[in-house]
Design a protein around this ligand. Structure first.
Ligand code: SF4
Length: 795
């Protein structure tokens, strides 16, 4: 393993830079300009330099686009951006190739072939908008606004979300919540009254210990985070990574815990057990701020390190040792909340366990832990809120914290069958085939509904079933809504503005939705003639104009208090006003008020758990049609354990096929043989295996993990779909299992031990709020109470 470890360390340094303190892939802007929009030089030639924001991940780094004659020549980092500070990753610098995609949507298109055939004809914008308006009117008149189901993603979807909410449509879903951040955000909000933020409010710059659980910093590159992580390593912070695979981050860690998949909550609960049993927690902080310590103590008594060792397959002494390290370094410890958190179904409870551990260590609102959010007041949104009652939701009611609209799978199911409530779909910058599990069912739903409208920049897989396709301007060609950044110690507002005109007839999202709203007679929405008028109104409370913001791209706001005042009381925005180790809100809704470990099914003999992750060169499935990025990583590999490979007679580069329990078989995928992964798991990068021939580079390149993800386990509170419950076999092209099993694999597949004896029922704290507020009823569209809603955040 050590030779391989060194290789992995070199790979990490290659990704983040020659030394941990000098991350070079995150290229700093070559000049230390003021960030003003100005004429500048590129080589010997003059060009214009325009600030804006990257859109290739949720980090939204500041960019400076060097532009001449309506062409982007280069993209550099904007040093004035408080978070990214001039750094960009490979995707950010390749942005001009993303917008220059030769398969861009250039004209409104109407389907002429069968659904799934991918045949359309260009139509005019007037025809397209009239058609969309008439279909929308028809759906509302016959079935109500709730008969329109919508899936959306990203900042550009804010306008259509605002309008559908105004219409009273509760049946909206965001894969970024349901397949990604839902459990994470809800678990932290239930504990602290606030989510961890997006990007999360991690103060890694001052952490003395960082714990990553299934979080792949270095592969999921986000500029400032990678730099801060590298700096933390350089400063000597202790890094602990629990992951069945030695990720790039794990290869740099002081301690890699190759945990049995699905048992992360057991590890967290055992750490909580040790902190409480050995009185290693921050007693002053907990006494001052926390609610329900006695209940937590009784519930955690059974989660001993000995039990957790058998469950997680991590030795008990290592579990105890890391708990003591946490206790020693508190409060400057970072239990990293990760991002993609829909894993095994009981994910909100895992997130709660992370939040509770953070609280016991006194790390929420303290340097080296999580800092507190700021507040920024903007002018009103593009549409006033719904003027009447919301239409009926299709939410089942099983998930009380869907947070935003309904769970994706419930929207899909409500679109199928003779009694289907959902009659039309809107897809806004979402590829449902790559993002929602059980894609066979998604396709059935898309075939079943009466009409599908898609707004996007490129014809992703979902386009094949769309009836009407509306070409959106790409991120370098449009204004989006003002981005108010409150999850940073120094709050600021940032502007995405066009640096070049859109190609063909592509249009800005504000204009597109405004045209629909006005055709439907909703003149109280999108009242400003154009988007800049609207943005001026948004900025008015801050006393700046869009023209002023456009010069620098950033406007810094007054610093607010990012940390708790030492030794002072603090009211947390929870029902009890304190950090809820015991959650009356969960209890009131029928969920466990204190986290409980739920065993997950283990793979049968001959099967492997499928785990997918990210690549530094791709943003899920959105960049596989970008030539520059595909040159870097043209397809995905399958990581398999060296012992397994030996038993099966496989070497790196050999091609295998993958077959899941429902009989779906992929095309060939090359294996990468390594001892840096457990024997019961195989791993690949998400986003490959495009199904739409209209994306010529992405089509059928690599293997789609989502196509293999035909099963999921819904998380109780959020309805998020746990995706890591799918097992695959390695087979030949004909579907014959490639024989061979290793001793290590057999041992790792061992059944989980019986759960520890059930705890006595735990009585709520005597001072529990009688009627805990904060949990919106299932399907509440734009959450109330303590729940903040950010539907347009990415994954
Ligand atoms: S981390 Fe990379 S992809 Fe994400 S916003 Fe920054 S430059 Fe863009």
């Amino acid at each position: 393993m050590s030779g391989e470890l060194n290789t992995r360390r070199r790979a990490f340094l290659k990704i983040i830079g020659a030394s941990p303190l000098a991350p070079t892939l995150l290229s700093r802007a070559a000049h230390a300009g003021t960030g003003l929009r100005r004429t500048t030089r590129l080589g010997n030639d003059l060009c214009e330099e325009i600030p804006s924001l990257c859109d290739l991940c949720f980090w939204r780094c500041g960019i400076l686009a060097k532009v001449r004659d309506g062409r982007v020549l280069r993209i550099e980092g904007n040093p004035a951006h408080p978070r990214s500070r001039g750094r960009l990753c490979a995707r950010g610098t390749a942005g001009r190739h993303v917008v220059g995609d030769t398969d861009r949507l250039l004209h409104p298109l109407r389907r002429v072939g069968e659904r799934g055939e991918g045949k359309w004809k260009p139509i005019s914008w007037d025809e397209a908008l009239d058609l969309w308006a008439s279909k929308t009117k028809e759906a509302i008149a016959k079935h109500g606004p709730g008969s329109i189901g919508m899936f959306s993603h990203g900042l550009s979807s804010r306008f259509i979300n605002s309008f559908m909410l105004h219409l009273g449509d509760p049946n909206r879903s965001a894969p970024s919540f349901g397949q990604c951040r839902g459990p994470r955000d809800v678990g932290f909000q239930l504990t602290f009254g606030k989510g961890p933020g997006s990007p999360a409010r991690h103060d890694m710059a001052h952490s003395q210990m960082i714990v990553l659980i299934g979080c792949h910093i270095g592969e999921n590159i986000q500029t400032a985070q990678v730099a801060e992580f590298a700096e933390a390593i350089g400063r000597g912070a202790r890094i602990v990574v629990a992951d069945p695979r030695m990720s790039v981050a794990a290869s740099k860690a002081d301690s890699w815990l190759p945990i049995r998949p699905g048992t992360d909550t057991a590890l967290l609960l055992a750490w909580i057990h040790v902190l409480l049993a050995e009185e290693l927690y921050d007693t002053d902080y907990v006494d001052r701020h926390a609610f329900g310590l006695d209940q937590l103590r009784s519930a955690m008594a059974r989660y001993t390190p000995g039990w957790a060792a058998e469950v997680t397959q991590i030795p008990a002494e290592r579990i105890v040792a890391e708990a003591r390290e946490l206790g020693k370094r508190k409060p400057a410890v970072m239990i990293h909340c990760g991002r993609f958190s829909a894993w095994y179904g009981n994910d909100t409870q895992r997130s709660r366990a992370m939040a509770i551990l953070t609280a016991l260590l006194g790390a929420w609102g303290r340097p080296g832990g999580y800092y507190l959010p700021s507040k920024v007041q903007l002018g009103p949104a593009a549409c006033p809120p719904a003027h009447g009652p919301m239409d009926q939701s299709v939410a089942s009611g099983r998930h009380a914290f869907t947070h935003f609209g309904v769970a994706a799978q419930e929207l899909v199911e409500a679109s199928i069958g003779s009694k289907a409530r959902i009659k039309q779909w809107i897809l806004c910058a979402v590829n449902p085939i790559q993002s929602i599990p059980a894609s066979k069912r998604t396709v059935e739903a898309m075939k079943a509904v009466d009409f599908i409208t898609m707004l996007d920049v490129i014809p992703t897989d979902g386009a094949l079933w769309a009836d009407l396709i509306l070409p959106e301007a790409a991120y370098l060609e449009r204004f989006d809504d003002i981005l108010a950044v409150t999850d940073h110690p120094h709050p600021f507002v940032a502007l995405r503005q066009p640096v070049i005109p859109p190609p063909g007839e592509a249009k800005e999202p504000y204009w597109i939705v405004q045209q629909l709203a006005h055709r439907l007679g909703h003149d109280d929405c999108f009242t400003h003639a154009d988007v800049t008028g609207y943005l001026d109104a948004r900025l008015a409370p801050l006393g700046i104009t869009v023209a002023e913001l456009a010069r620098k791209g950033i406007h810094d706001l007054d610093e607010q208090q990012p940390f708790l005042a030492p030794g002072q009381p603090h009211r947390f925005p929870t029902p009890s006003g304190r950090i809820e180790l015991y959650s009356p809100t969960l209890q009131a809704k029928g969920y466990d008020p204190v986290p409980v470990f739920e065993p997950v099914e283990q793979p049968p003999a001959g099967w492997f758990r499928l785990v997918a992750g990210r690549s530094p060169y791709h943003s899920f499935g959105r960049t596989q049609n970008t030539k520059r990025l595909m040159e870097k990583e043209p397809d995905n590999l399958l990581w398999i354990n060296a012992g397994v490979a030996k038993a099966k007679g496989l070497s790196s580069g050999d091609q295998v096929f993958l077959q899941n329990e429902d009989g779906f078989r992929t095309g060939p995928i090359p294996v990468w043989v390594t001892s840096a992964i457990r024997a019961d798991v195989v791993y690949t990068v998400h986003g490959y295996g495009g199904r739409s021939p209209t994306l010529r580079l992405a089509y059928a390149k690599g293997v789609s993990d989502n196509a293999l993800t035909s099963r999921f386990k819904a998380d109780g509170p959020t309805g998020s779909t746990g995706l890591r419950v799918n097992f695959v076999q390695l087979v030949t092209q004909e579907g014959q299992e490639i024989p061979g099993d290793s001793e290590e694999c057999r041992a790792q597949r061992a059944p989980l031990p019986e759960p520890p004896a059930t705890a006595e029922p735990i009585a709520p704290p005597a001072d529990a709020p009688a009627d805990p507020e904060g949990a919106p009823p299932a399907g509440t569209p734009q959450g109330g109470g303590m729940f903040e809603v950010k539907p347009d955040e990415g994954c």
